[in-house]
Design a protein around this ligand. Structure first.
Ligand code: BG6
Length: 487
């Protein structure tokens, strides 16, 4: 595995207390991520203590972790790397209590020479978060530590305010890292680079030139093993309050004075403060047919597995520009795009039937997949006689740069940042509370869920929501494949 230069990661050895260690996220992302960070040399030394409700011992946790790597680690796992990582793993069932946890952390720390730090990663549902925080306090594990809190952070304004207050009884704000893994995605950070490192687009990044914005994250995935979590959470809390609004803030914020946590947090929070409350009439909630028959789901469930909504940012830059957000499970395609539609020019000079404007306005599109892509689509002349216009595009794919192997998976990047104490890509208490505040009317009076066919693009009423515009997905044209043969 590629080794990184010294000094990129944290200075001190790390003990990670991974709570929710046998959960879906740990299996899919956190254990593979920690494995990669450790083997590639990002962390000077590491010990991982798995904690969960399951009654395992250290060996069975190692077996669990090895299986997770087999399923979800994208690179090759060599025997040498695995043996080294396996040695760093330990396990304490939650039922063993504070003393047993403290003893395991002491053992892990004794294996290091000199100073070290603790990273508590809480991969647990909102209802369980506080009891774990108290356990960490009781075990005396607050000192030298940082705590990563998974989303959703609370379930509404009241619970988020109360969670923040109680969290502050145990941890200081600078120890707390509220994670939103979408902000750890390389292309999300590239929005900042693209907007603020170039002279071309920022001057037109406003209501005078931009007609509307779509942030669209359809997923083909279903619930996996997460029915319990999902049934109590739903698409709005799982994806919109967290990921989609955070991406929206990167897209919409004013230039921060520097790319540091406080200036970035301030600009994001200003966007959230200017956001108008989400009106239930601007929201379509959907549920895929068959959801209620899934194991662990209430047969009468009202949980939405799909949500599309319109929101507005009432400030000088964005007033009057609708932002359309959509996400859901079991949809036709898995995509993560931000699509920015520019205002259309006067078209009367073009002859009738020229095709100008026929395929929607010109667009800038960001694809937020790890192998990020960007495209600028525009009208151009079709070769030959007369004036017939086609929609053409300029496309960029990170894959073509040969640097794709350098990309850190979002969780890896954020775990590393938390270990280094860098809050830049984490969300603030104020920002999260404001997002719950604008969500209050919707949470109190949600529109009824409408059923949709798995494999579709959601309930039919999404077209009314976006009219007179149209959803950009599915794309009319596909991304260019550089390896494709043909003319
Ligand atoms: C998670 C949500 O935070 O993000 C999941 O809980 C969702 O429901 C996932 O599938 C999507 O993340 P990614 O990185 O695969 O786009």
């Amino acid at each position: 595995m590629r080794k990184v230069p010294a000094g990129v990661g944290p200075k001190y050895p790390q003990v990670v207390v991974l709570v929710g260690a046998t959960g879906d996220l740990a299996r899919r992302k956190l254990l593979p991520g920690l494995f990669h960070l450790a083997c590639a040399g990002f962390i000077p030394a590491l010990r991982v203590i798995g904690v969960s409700l399951d009654d395992l011992d250290a060996d069975s946790f190692r077996t669990f972790a090895r299986k997770a790597l087999g399923e979800f680690f994208a690179r090759t796992v060599t025997d040498a790397d695995w043996d080294a990582f396996a040695e760093t793993l330990d396990y304490v069932p939650l039922s063993a209590g504070a003393d047993a946890l403290k003893a395991a952390v002491d053992r892990a720390e004794a294996s290091f020479e000199g100073e070290c730090r603790r990273l508590h990663y809480l991969s647990v549902p909102p209802a369980a978060a506080l009891s774990v925080v108290r356990l960490l306090g009781e075990a005396g594990l607050v000192e030298r530590s940082r705590i990563v809190m998974e989303k959703p952070f609370g379930t509404d304004l009241e619970s988020a305010v109360s969670l923040n207050a109680k969290l502050h009884d145990v941890f200081a704000e600078d120890q707390i890292f509220r994670i939103d893994h979408f902000l750890g995605k390389e292309p999300a950070q590239n929005i900042l680079a693209f907007r603020f490192a170039n002279g071309l687009f920022e001057p037109i990044w406003n209501r005078n030139f931009i007609d509307h914005v779509q942030i669209d994250v359809p997923e083909t995935l279903g619930l996996g093993q997460r029915a319990g979590f999902y049934e109590a959470t739903g698409a709005y809390r799982d994806m919109v309050v967290t990921h989609l609004f955070q991406i929206l803030a990167f897209m919409a914020m004013e230039p921060p004075t520097s790319l540091e946590p406080v200036p970035i947090g301030e600009e994001k929070n200003k966007v959230f403060r200017s956001m108008l409350p989400i009106a239930p009439r601007d929201v379509v909630r959907g549920q895929y047919i068959g959801y209620r028959q899934e194991e662990g789901v209430d047969p009468q469930s009202d949980t939405e597995t799909f949500i599309a909504l319109k929101c507005s940012i009432d400030n000088w830059r964005w007033a009057g520009v609708p932002f359309f957000l959509r996400t859901g499970k079991r949809l036709a395609e898995g995509q993560r795009i931000i699509s920015i539609a520019f205002r259309e020019p006067p078209k009367s000079m073009f002859p009738a039937g020229s095709g100008v404007g026929a395929q929607g306005p010109d667009h800038l599109t960001f694809d937020l997949a790890d192998a990020s892509k960007m495209s600028l689509s525009f009208y151009g002349k079709r070769p030959g006689p007369g004036m017939r216009l086609d929609k053409l595009s300029l496309q960029f794919a990170m894959r073509d740069t040969g640097l794709i192997g350098e990309v850190l998976e979002a969780y890896e990047r954020l775990i590393l940042d938390a270990m280094r104490g860098d809050h830049t890509l984490f969300t603030t208490a104020e920002g999260i509370e404001r997002l719950w505040e604008v969500s209050t009317a919707l949470l109190e009076e949600p529109p009824p869920v409408r059923l949709y066919e798995p494999g579709s693009w959601g309930p039919k009423s999404i077209h009314q929501l976006v009219a007179p515009h149209a959803w950009r997905l599915p794309f009319e044209r596909s991304w260019r494949d550089p390896n494709a043969t043909g003319s």
